[in-house]
Design a protein around this ligand. Structure first.
Ligand SMILES: Cc1cc2nc3c(=O)[nH]c(=O)nc-3n(C[C@H](O)[C@H](O)[C@H](O)COP(=O)(O)OP(=O)(O)OC[C@H]3O[C@@H](n4cnc5c(N)ncnc54)[C@H](O)[C@@H]3O)c2cc1C
Length: 636
């Protein structure tokens, strides 16, 4: 037989390795299908591998995991000296259990999953020559892309290859996008319209030429033979993998961290559990809704809504108090794909809500790809210059849920303990961190990276830059000189959020659940303990400064009776009769080229409309009385 021409690659030299990452499932996984198909076609053995990379588990400085000397970043990005764990023990435990479930699923097909602890470029280096490694690429994460580059480099030394597959991490395949993957619209509404959604804020209709969403693919039926003997560095024995405590120890967690994680209740792990959870949610959607209560708006109205304290758009915009699908932790590790959720929810009556949310996810993924390392800069992709604080005492108080602001503290304790926090909680604690305490947003985002069970780089950092208003140059209040000015500007918005939460939890049950020191406070004061008299504090056994902290950045004014309309004021420099909020006063000043203090001064000098209305009423009464007096004098 004639020798193969030199340009023809030998395709059956080494094994095919399915390097599993955050695609821990067999259903709707184009990556495993590609690996299996390649192995079967060329009769190569298949080796499924999962690697716990210590760089993404251990303590590290912010942004230094794969770029320790900041060589890949802009020169003005100062080396930072804050950091933390990349993954807390609780998330590692959940991840571990998902990997174990995957190992069982592969064993049921006659294969064997190898689980290792080490840098992928070290673990995969001793693979037989000519190995083909197939993985799901992580274009949203520069750190993970760096790792892929390193693996590719190491494989090339032994004539091996790395195939980076798009997979099904996102809803859309990159080839189906109507724009280059790193050049799409950065705004939600525009993105939806470009993709062919008619008006996803209200209905799930799509145009005839809408970008296609591929249907989920089945798990591979056949399974290739495995590799007889292979010893990779950092291999975890089966015995260790099966034992939560031993496995966490193997991954470098301390006894204390392990015990803390083991004491928590975790959602059931793995692909089957994710499917079960989705099915349960779908069933519930077809039942009559039990609770028609809508939350009071907790952001400033976004859609011109806000009537009677409710804003339909806020509701649509992810404001469910306890989460909705509760599926993000499964999506983060890839136990279920976005397009499977999409396809299965299509028949449900809440399909609109599902599509709406999955498109937010898509926006954050596409933004992360477009922004690359800029997503992680202090100034954000918007290059916003603002005063920041690095007061670590404030940071620690926030992390521990000891700020003295009950809603913030309850959220932070829930997060720390369970790894979960509802969207609006995440948004409000982030807002408080950035705008009231004035702290460097990256410290808050890194803490979330450590503790969130559903941590996903694009969703976490993407949402943080939005909350911090550094995502676009048009946002973010350029021109502020001090953190105090910034806080004054945002105070109204923050008090609004706190007041809405008070109305959403009138009994204070949510706060009491997480804050034992406030157990004895009545419903009136639990949201604002600073409003208690000294005598009441003593009676409740909760003296501020002794049993519970004084509110950092506060005290805050709760808006129980005051409506937004009454809080507006006429602007002395605007004779058109427009009624402005405090925030709008500051915006107006800055638009005119003044600093925030000028806006603040104008606000203080202007009269609230409620006061003017009252004065107006009094004047009208006086006028009526005078007219009455005049008439009686005339008739006398
Ligand atoms: C500061 C901050 C950090 C966040 N960090 C993460 C994170 O690391 N991982 C993560 O998955 N989500 C993150 N989110 C988004 C959101 O809070 C969670 O996705 C949501 O609370 C998960 O609950 P659920 O599954 O019930 O969501 P649902 O409301 O049922 O939504 C269904 C799915 O849609 C996606 N989705 C919904 N809202 C958003 C959103 N705003 N941005 C992106 N995707 C969304 C998620 O995949 C979610 O699971 C963050 C939000 C904020 C404000």
């Amino acid at each position: 037989m004639a020798a193969a021409p030199p340009w023809k690659k030998p395709r059956n030299a080494g094994p095919v390795v399915w390097w599993m990452r955050n695609d821990l499932r067999l259903q709707d996984n184009p990556v495993v299908r590609a690996a299996v198909a390649e192995a079967l076609t060329d009769q190569r053995p298949l080796l499924p591998v999962f690697i716990f990379d210590p760089r993404f588990l251990d303590r590290s400085f912010y942004g230094r995991v794969t770029d320790p000397d900041f060589k890949k970043s802009i020169s003005t990005r100062k080396p930072v000296d804050f950091g933390g764990r990349k993954t807390c023990a609780l998330r590692a435990l959940f991840w571990l259990r998902c990997v174990r479930a995957m190992s069982d699923a592969i064993a049921a097909k006659g294969g064997r999953l190898l689980v290792c602890h080490g840098k992928p470029e070290d673990v995969l280096a001793p693979l037989p020559a000519g190995s083909l490694v197939v993985c799901q690429s992580e274009p949203v994460s520069p750190e993970q892309t760096d790792v892929e580059d390193k693996v590719e480099e190491v494989l090339s030394k032994t004539h091996g290859e790395l195939w980076r597959k798009w997979g099904a991490m996102g809803l859309y395949h990159r080839k189906d996008l109507p724009f280059p993957v790193n050049g799409g619209p950065g705004n939600y509404t525009e993105l939806c319209l470009t993709m062919g959604w008619e008006d996803l804020w209200r209905s799930p209709g799509r145009t005839a030429d809408a970008a296609r969403i591929r249907v989920p693919v089945a798990a591979p039926d056949a399974w290739p033979q495995g590799l007889a003997a292979v010893d990779l560095p950092g291999l975890m024995s089966d015995q260790v993998l099966r034992d939560d405590r031993e496995a966490l120890k193997f991954l470098g967690y301390s006894a204390e961290e392990i015990e803390e994680a083991m004491s928590q209740e975790l959602p059931e792990a793995g692909e089957a559990a994710a499917q079960k959870s989705l099915e349960k949610w779908l069933r519930e959607q077809n039942e009559e809704p039990k609770d028609l209560h809508e939350p009071v708006l907790w952001d400033l109205p976004t859609g011109g809504g806000g009537a009677k304290g409710h804003d339909a758009l806020q509701w649509a915009n992810l404001a469910k108090p306890d989460g909705w699908l509760r599926i993000s932790h499964y999506m983060a590790v890839g136990c279920i794909s976005a397009r499977e959720i999409f396809a299965r929810a299509e028949e449900s009556r809440n399909f609109n809500g599902v599509a709406h949310r999955l498109l937010w996810r898509e926006l954050h993924r596409l933004n992360a790809i477009r922004w690359g390392r800029r997503l992680f800069w202090l100034q954000g992709p918007g290059r916003v210059e603002r005063p920041w604080s690095w007061d670590m005492k404030l940071v620690e108080a926030w992390k521990a849920g000891l700020t003295g602001v009950p809603y913030i503290d309850a959220c932070m304790r829930e997060l720390k303990q369970t790894g979960w926090l509802a969207y609006k909680g995440r948004k409000t604690v982030g807002f408080y961190f950035v705008f009231i305490l004035g702290l460097d947003w990256r410290i808050g985002a890194f803490h979330f990276e450590d503790v969130l069970l559903d941590y996903d780089v694009a969703m976490n950092y993407g949402n943080w830059v939005v909350v911090s208003e550094v995502d676009k140059s048009s946002r973010g209040a350029h021109g502020f000189k001090t953190v105090e000015d910034l806080a004054a500007w945002k105070m109204e918005e923050f008090e609004w959020k706190l007041s809405a939460e008070k109305k959403n939890d009138t009994s204070g049950d949510y706060l009491r659940r997480w804050l034992p020191e406030l157990q004895k406070l009545d419903a009136k004061h639990i949201h604002e303990p600073w409003a208690m008299s000294e005598e009441l504090m003593t009676r409740c056994g909760c003296v501020l400064g002794r049993d519970y902290p004084m509110p950092l950045g506060g005290p805050f004014r709760m808006r129980e009776e005051v409506s937004e309309e009454e809080e507006r004021r006429f602007h002395p420099n605007d004779s058109s009769g427009n009624r402005y909020t405090y925030k709008e006063f500051i915006d107006f000043a800055m638009k005119k080229g003044y600093d925030a203090n000028f806006g603040k001064k104008c606000w203080e000098e202007a009269q609230p409309i409620s006061v003017l209305q009252e004065e107006n009423q009094q004047l009208r009464q006086q006028l009526q009385a005078a007219e009455h007096q005049l008439r009686s004098l005339q008739s006398a």
